[in-house]
Ligand binder design. Structure first.
Ligand SMILES: NC(=O)c1ccc[n+]([C@@H]2O[C@H](COP(=O)([O-])OP(=O)(O)OC[C@H]3O[C@@H](n4cnc5c(N)ncnc54)[C@H](OP(=O)(O)O)[C@@H]3O)[C@@H](O)[C@H]2O)c1
Length: 321
């Protein structure tokens, strides 16, 4: 396994992060603890030390599963979770107010069975809470030892820069990572967010590096796409499956065939060659983790990179609110 610093922070993370959104019981594509445990064990055995979940994933069940499966190795792993999403229908059960963040960190720690997380991330921008309020609260959590670092997820680059500048101006904890949507079939982040993060020393930890499974090769142009994820992950079908997405996928499959590896591995190798810290992979089988870790050894030359990128057509924004 390769380990690198998370952006400008001192903490070292594996170059593959295991995403735990697929652990839970609220959709047919997710797996419960009996299937999640061997996936997490496989990741640990292969040297993965970086795990990502969120309070909203299966309304807390993902955090419970993640915490239970990691408790024996708590001090050896870097655990990330998130706040912002809807945890109930009442006012103050979502967003980035001081009140909600303070409640949610307690809930996340309880479900994870931990006394702190290592990376606490804002899941999206909150248009109704001043960023100063959010940043002061996150800074308090760092000072109280409830999280070691803070990070952010999908938003516009102007928002992220405003947050970074505000924390610098007020002398508050600064976001060390950006978790954004980035893969061979969705590259809009190359315009603003990725250059911003590189200039600011912010670690890039992209989500859905396989386009929720689109780039794995199991979906063929004009095919019958009846997988549990296609049928029960409601945001999946509208995001990909357009003719231009299949153009990118088919080039990925061609490169994979020539190199004797899988399309998933080429998609991960590509993102790893784009200067990111660690893609956050999703897995519902141990084999998914094995393939992802093996992708670290794949070398793509400039010609491979050019071929993989040539067919991409700009997409409408996917991910921000
Ligand atoms: N911050 C955010 O807003 C945000 C949003 C989305 C995700 N995330 C994070 O990113 C993580 C990953 O998201 P994702 O699940 O969408 O990621 P992904 O890596 O793009 O897709 C994962 C899916 O691809 C399939 N797959 C993976 N490896 C495979 C292989 N070797 N062969 C065949 N199929 C394979 C599996 O689908 P099947 O189960 O259908 O086989 C798996 O569930 C999440 O767990 C979460 O931590 C964050």
């Amino acid at each position: 396994m390769q380990y690198v610093n998370l952006g400008a922070a001192g903490v070292k993370v594996s170059r593959i992060c295991l995403g735990c959104m697929s652990f839970g019981n609220d959709a047919s594509w997710k797996v419960e603890i009996d299937q999640a445990r061997p996936i997490i064990k496989k990741a640990l055995d292969l040297g993965v030390n970086f795990f990502d979940t969120a309070n909203v994933y299966a309304l807390g069940r993902s955090e419970e599963i993640t915490g239970e499966c990691l408790k024996a190795v708590r001090d050896e792993v870097v655990v990330a979770t998130k706040v912002w999403g809807l945890m109930g229908e009442k006012p103050n059960q979502s967003g980035l107010s001081r009140l909600h963040i303070m409640q949610q960190i307690k809930g996340s720690l309880k479900r994870l069975q931990m006394d702190h997380v290592d990376l606490y991330q804002i899941h999206r921008w909150d248009y109704e809470t001043p960023i100063q309020e959010t940043l002061r609260t996150l800074d308090d959590l760092v000072r109280q030892g409830l999280t070691r670092y803070i990070g952010a997820s999908s938003m516009f680059a102007w928002q992220f820069l405003k947050a970074l500048e505000t924390s610098d101006r007020l002398g508050l904890a600064r976001f060390v990572s950006m978790q954004n949507h980035y893969n061979l079939a969705y590259r809009e982040e190359e315009r603003e967010m990725i250059p911003l993060c590189k200039a600011e020393g912010v670690g890039l930890i992209p989500w859905s590096p396989l386009g929720r499974g689109f780039l794995t090769g199991k979906y063929k142009r004009g095919g019958d796409w009846k997988t549990p994820r296609y049928e029960s992950d409601k945001v999946f079908p509208p995001r990909f499956f357009k003719p231009e997405d299949f153009d990118v996928l088919e080039e990925t499959e061609a490169v994979a065939k020539e190199k004797g590896v899988t399309p998933s591995q080429i998609a991960l190798a590509w993102v790893l060659h784009k200067g990111v810290t660690a893609p956050i992979i999703g897995a519902t089988k141990t084999q998914h983790v094995e393939e992802a870790v093996a992708a670290l050894d794949i070398k793509l030359n400039p010609n491979d990179m050019e071929r993989l990128e040539a067919k991409y057509k700009p997409h409408p924004i996917i991910g921000h609110e």
